[in-house]
Structures are given as C-alpha cells and as structure tokens.
Design a protein around this ligand. Structure first.
Ligand code: SF4
Length: 230
C-alpha cells in the first residue's frame, strides 16, 4: 500500500466536518505557529470560522502583542475574522495565585486553560456561535486530555459543544512546522506565562545554555541557519 504524503505541498486537504454539522465555529487561538495548520484546514472546509485571541497568560505585554500581531497577520492573509479580546492579566494572576511553582501540565495550566476557554465559550454563546474549539492541542508539549477536559468543562454551562478534534494526526504536526517556516512566524521559546519563562530559563542555565532572548527568533531564519550548517 502506498504511503500517503502529508506534506504541505502535496497534501490534498479534506473538507472537515464538525461533530454534528455545526456551521459557526469560534476557534480559540494561542499563537500563529499553533494556529496556522488548523486555520488552513478550516479555511479549506465549509466551516464558518472566527478566531478568538484571548491569552492574558502571555507575559510580558510586548511578547503578548508580538504573538497577537503574528496571528492577526495570518488571519488577514486567509481572510478569516479574528477577535482581539482583553489582555486581562490581573484576573490571570489572581486565578493562578498559589500555583506559581506548579510544573507545566500541572494545576496552574488547568486554571490557565479554564480561564481562556470560559471566556471563549461566553463570547461564543453571546454571539450565536454553534461550537468552540482551540489550537492549544496541536502542540506536542501540551496534554491533550487536560485541554479537552477544560474545553468541555467550560463550554457545558453555555450548552455549547467543544470540538476535540485531534489536529496532530494525519501530518498535522509536521504541516504546522512547514507553515510556520513558510510564513516566517515568530518562534516563541516558552509557553507564555512569567512562570514558564522562569522555568525555561532555569532549565537552560542548568544545561549551560543562554537564557531565552525574546522577540528575535523567527522560523524562516531558524531554517536558514540550519541550511547554512549543512
Ligand atoms: S505554562 Fe503555559 S499553559 Fe501553563 S500556566 Fe503558563 S502559560 Fe498557561
């Protein structure tokens, strides 16, 4: 049996369908690199998709702005509407108080997902969307079950379904990287919050590496550097 080629160049995108034929999707997006593949997949389908950028976890503010602008840039390229929601950082810090030393994928991340999905579900409910989903699950650094559980928990009170589609499958993870390079997206090097920046830096220092230099790394340049090495 011949192997399917899932790479961006040769992949013929199928028309995706929502679980019960819902037409209007509000897609919570965390950043352009995670969203790129998902946005292209939805743009190739008959699903009326709006992007909801609500990420008050991202710290500091200039990092938040950079990640948001990258996402807006790609949404505009695809002609997909994008909603720029609040940078509600005080509420985020208040909710995660006492969880500062939780590891990534721990209780603080559940609080963080819940906050972002609750707001997404509320906006969806108030603006006649049929279903919500998120780009968070495409990252292999994340616990998909933790994300899906949070999505369901947050959407249920609004009687909205949460679409737990596995965006990593059928080459999704590798196309995510291909699109990031093609679009020269900003390549963030920590999850987003001040604690993830602290922990990433501690880990790097323990390995004798330099700390994260924010705002300077883009996928295309990383690719160029790699090709220069070969
Ligand atoms: S590590 Fe990421 S998911 Fe976890 S709390 Fe921080 S920003 Fe949120």
């Amino acid at each position: 049996m011949s192997k399917i080629n899932y790479s961006l160049e040769s992949y013929v995108r199928p028309k995706l369908e929502t679980p019960n034929g819902e037409k209007k999707l509000l897609l919570h997006s965390c950043c352009a690199p995670c969203a790129g593949e998902i946005m292209e997949a939805l743009a190739a389908s008959d699903i009326d998709t709006t992007i909801y950028f609500y990420n008050p976890n991202i710290h500091p503010f200039d990092e938040y702005e950079l990640r948001k602008e990258e996402n807006i840039r790609f949404a505009e390229k695809l002609g997909m509407p994008i909603i720029d929601a609040d940078y509600d950082r005080d509420e985020w810090f208040s909710r995660t108080k006492g969880q500062e030393n939780e590891p990534e994928r721990g209780a603080r991340c559940t609080t963080c997902f819940d906050m972002r999905f609750q707001k997404t579900a509320q906006y969806a409910s108030e603006n006649n969307f049929d279903i919500i989903s998120s780009t968070l699950g495409i990252s292999r650094w994340k616990d998909m079950k933790q994300i899906n559980d949070s999505g369901v928990r947050s959407s249920e009170p609004h009687e909205l379904p949460y679409w737990d589609f596995n965006w990593r499958k059928q080459g999704g993870s590798s196309r995510m990287l291909e699109i990031s390079k093609k679009e020269n997206f900003y390549q963030q090097e920590y999850c987003g919050c001040v604690y993830s920046l602290r922990d990433t830096n501690n880990w790097r220092v323990s390995k004798g590496r330099d700390k994260v230099e924010r705002g300077v790394k883009f996928y295309q340049e990383a690719k160029l550097k790699l090709s220069q090495l070969n």
